[in-house]
Design a protein around this ligand. Structure first.
Ligand code: PGA
Length: 251
């Protein structure tokens, strides 16, 4: 059966020292607790290696927030999937809406990034989601289907290694969470689309996370939906105190 996952996305927050402190706080908060989901923190590149070290011996998995579309070589400023994997990190967020918006990331680029991540044994957390206008014009399903097309270039086996995060852009960092019914509608739509492209088993085994102003107060209702398998958490992942209640929403 598919995994339940609560993953943090620190974005461009935390210095190296703050990142290590946050990871240690989380490790301490989780120590001795019975946890009913996988816990992941995706950190700025600068912190990935140190955070991977800091959480050793805990259940916390570590990831990066992006990776290069290239293997290696003369790509100044880029960080490859193999470099990320060499830190002990196991995950990488790909196609976050902020990367799509500010760095023009499109399907062609994301297909290359997916291939790099998978070739290096990283689990992609692949983000899809519509902007406000697309929600209002009721075109969001075709937008999401268009974003899913990057994943649909993968074999069923490789697709099965990916996690999907549905993040309505209008809900990210705005405090405007999608209602659990709005989120569930899209999650069910994504799962039906996967079943159509591959088969029902693949669809049933895919973890689909919700992201966008998810916090301790709304996580229980969101996670109670049949097709919501966890969360990708921005703001509320920046303190152990606010991240823990989301993890604990999986009773
Ligand atoms: P938020 O961000 O929880 O701060 O809305 C979620 C995300 O962008 O992954």
């Amino acid at each position: 059966m598919r995994k339940k996952i609560v993953a943090g996305n620190w974005k461009m927050n935390t210095t190296l020292q703050e990142g290590i402190a946050l990871a240690s706080d989380l490790k301490n908060a989780l120590a001795g607790k019975k946890v009913n989901c996988d816990v992941v923190v995706c950190t700025p590149f600068i912190s990935v290696a140190a955070v991977a070290e800091a959480v050793k011996g805990s259940i916390i998995g570590v990831g990066a927030e992006d990776c290069s579309a290239q293997d290696k070589g003369a790509f100044t400023g880029e960080v490859s999937a193999s470099m990320i994997a060499s830190t002990g990190a196991k995950y990488v967020i790909l196609g976050h809406s902020e990367r799509r918006q500010y760095h023009g990331e499109n399907n062609a680029l994301l297909i290359q990034k997916l291939q790099q991540a998978l070739a290096n044994g990283l689990t992609p957390i692949f983000c899809v989601g519509e902007i406000k206008e697309e929600r209002e014009s009721n075109t969001f399903k075709s937008v999401i289907e268009g974003q899913m097309a990057a994943l649909y270039t993968l074999s069923a086996e490789d697709f099965g290694k990916c996690v999907i995060a549905y993040e309505p852009v209008w809900a990210i960092g705005t405090g405007l969470t999608a209602t659990s019914a709005q989120a569930e509608e899209v999650h069910a739509f994504i799962r039906a689309s996967i079943a159509e492209k591959y088969n029902k088993t693949v669809a049933d085994n895919t973890s689909i996370l919700y992201g966008g102003s998810c916090k301790g107060s709304n996580a229980p209702e969101l996670f109670a939906q049949p097709d919501i398998d966890g969360g990708l958490i921005g703001g509320a992942a920046l303190k152990a105190d606010t991240f823990m209640p989301i993890i604990e929403a999986w009773k």
